[in-house]
Design a protein around this ligand. Sequence first.
Ligand SMILES: [Zn+2]
Ligand SMILES: [Zn+2]
Ligand SMILES: [Zn+2]
Ligand SMILES: [Zn+2]
Length: 162
Amino acid sequence: MTKATIEKITKSRCGLCGNARKKLTKTACCGNWICDDEGNYVIFSYARNCCSRNHRRFTLCPHHHEEKHKGDWTTCKECVADFSNTPEMCAWYGTNGYNFKKMPKPPAFKPTYCSKCDKRIVLPDGGYSDLCGVIRHDTEACDITEEERKKIIADYKSKEHN
Ligand SMILES: [Zn+2]
Ligand SMILES: [Zn+2]
Ligand SMILES: [Zn+2]
Ligand SMILES: [Zn+2]
C-alpha cells in the first residue's frame, strides 16, 4: 500500500460513526463525509442506524442550511425560533450524536409528563401519543377510554373558541 492510498483511506471515514465504508457522500449542509446509507433504510422501520438520514432528519444543520439562515447553526437564533413549540426536540436536535458539532447552549425546556401516569416522557425517545396537546405514553397502561378521548377533544375545542 502506498502512502497516498493510506491517506485516502483515513480521510474517507464517516464523520459520525467512523466507518470507512466504500460508499461515502458529502453532506450538502456542512460538507462532512458521511455514510451514504440512505438506500439501506427500510421504510417505516424507524431505524436510526443510517448516518446520512439521521443527520438530515434529526439535526438542525440541514434545516439551517435549507432555510438559508446566516452564520453558524450552533448559535443560530432563527433555528431555535423555528422549533420554539418543541424546545426539548430543538435541544436534542442540536446536541444528539448525529451532529458533527453541537450547540454550546441548547434551549431550556420544561420536561413533559404523561397525562395518565405522571412519569416523565422524553420526547426524542418517542413512544407517546399527542392528542390535542395532551401527551401520554403510547402503551396499554396509559391508554385512555373513549370518554376521556372525547373530553380531551371537547376541552381543546372550547379553549380554541375562547
Ligand atoms: Zn456512518
Ligand atoms: Zn450538516
Ligand atoms: Zn438556523
Ligand atoms: Zn404514562
